[in-house]
Design a protein around this ligand. Structure first.
Ligand code: BGC
Length: 381
């Protein structure tokens, strides 16, 4: 969290509204995660919801899909809103969620025709997006029930989420053991650490699919939100949203977000790539490349509320999706209908279809190696 945010929280406390803001003893204090029953799946499996809070950020996380059901942060006057899209009930997540708040695996984004060849063997994956495989196939990690373990470590609070995917699940080779750690820091940052191991060579690309609206979920479109992305290139796609392999320059295109720009400013430009995506639905090639520690890559700002989110990651790519397929058929957490452009996703990742693109950074994981990826979200005003 940046200094301006800390000042605001302190100011709110001084005004005597701390208790109203947080419902706990201290607005900025860490709170060991609290568990409650959220619902049951058709087969009777219990799904729990964990509530945690630290540094002025509050989160609700489901054991189903590791879903961030709510993420609440204050605006410049200390007013909290849930800034991530979701549902009030488990049934809606099971029936029709477009990955609201979910963990994505084994492979975030698309793999062409759901097929790739590794070490001479061709693997056919579950196909769930036209002829392609999207976000891990028919039953990806977003639909798995994760084992969740809460922790408090120094001034941090968080959850460790575990999921084992059997050899051959959704067509992927190897038993994949994943561990994802959600940490809320004393400064109110939300950090995600992903780890995975395998017993057979495979491909992995884990990410998180939160739909952000910093004005609050259900409050309308994000076309006024300003986005900046530290990327000079992006990966253009074909009509099926599979990268052509080119790393195209953003300069002179609607995809230039090197300086902060409103999402809606160029979204109606008649550019072939925007037609394919029905808006923005592309992977940016981050200038910093793969890094050992998270580096700043993007900033999101809602001018209305003043809320900001800065993102840092170890990953080389960022999928920026402007909520194009939200079509007014889903009723969100707060009871409002979600329509096109009501939220945006910023998914840190390796590039789409990397298993079929030898020139892209590799997503192969072999026995003995540990897959690691970290993304940090810092909120402020
Ligand atoms: C993809 C979109 C897709 C959406 C699913 C995004 O990550 O880029 O193409 O429609 O997920 O809700």
């Amino acid at each position: 969290m940046d200094m301006s945010r800390r000042t605001v929280v302190a100011g709110a406390a001084a005004a005597g509204v701390t208790a109203a803001l947080s419902g706990t003893a201290h607005a900025t204090g860490g709170r060991h995660p609290v568990k409650e029953l959220f619902g049951r799946l058709a087969d009777g499996t219990k799904v729990y919801r964990w509530s945690l809070e630290n540094g002025g950020t509050r989160m609700k996380v489901l054991s189903y899909g590791g879903i961030v059901q709510a993420l609440e942060i204050p605006d410049s006057r200390g007013r909290y809103r849930n800034v991530s899209l979701g549902f009030a009930d488990l049934d809606d997540y099971v029936a029709s969620s477009p990955y609201f708040g979910a963990l994505i695996g084994r492979y975030g984004n698309r793999i062409a025709k759901g097929r790739f060849t590794l070490d001479g063997t061709t693997h056919q994956l579950s196909v769930n997006d036209g002829e392609n495989s999207l976000h891990g196939g028919e039953r990806g990690f977003d639909k798995r029930v994760w084992d969740v373990e809460p922790f408090t470590r120094g001034s941090d609070v968080g959850l460790r989420l575990y999921c084992t995917s059997a050899d051959g699940e959704m067509g992927y080779p190897g038993t994949l053991k994943s561990k994802v750690t959600y940490t809320l820091t004393r400064g109110g940052d939300w950090r995600i650490d992903y780890e995975a191991t395998t017993d057979r060579a495979t491909v992995v690309n884990l990410t998180s699919h939160v739909y952000w609206n910093l004005a609050g979920e259900g409050s309308g479109s994000i076309y006024d939100h300003e986005v900046s992305i530290a990327a000079s290139r992006y990966t253009p796609v074909d009509a099926g949203l599979i990268p052509t392999g080119e790393l195209a320059k953003v300069a002179g295109t609607p995809f230039d977000f090197r300086r902060a720009k409103a999402v809606g400013r160029d979204i109606r430009v008649a550019h072939q790539q925007l037609l394919y995506g029905k808006g923005i639905d592309h992977n940016w090639v981050l200038d910093k490349g793969i890094t050992g520690t998270p580096e700043h890559v993007a900033t999101l700002r809602d001018p209305g509320s003043g809320r900001t989110m800065r993102m840092a990651t170890t990953e080389p790519g960022l999928q920026f999706y402007s909520g194009n397929f939200l079509d007014g058929t889903l009723v969100g957490t707060g009871g409002a209908v979600y329509r096109q452009g009501d939220a945006l996703c910023l998914e840190t990742q390796h590039f789409p279809d990397s298993p079929n693109q030898p020139a892209f950074p590799s997503t192969v994981l072999r026995p003995g190696q540990v897959y690691r990826s970290t993304t940090v979200h810092s909120f402020g005003v």
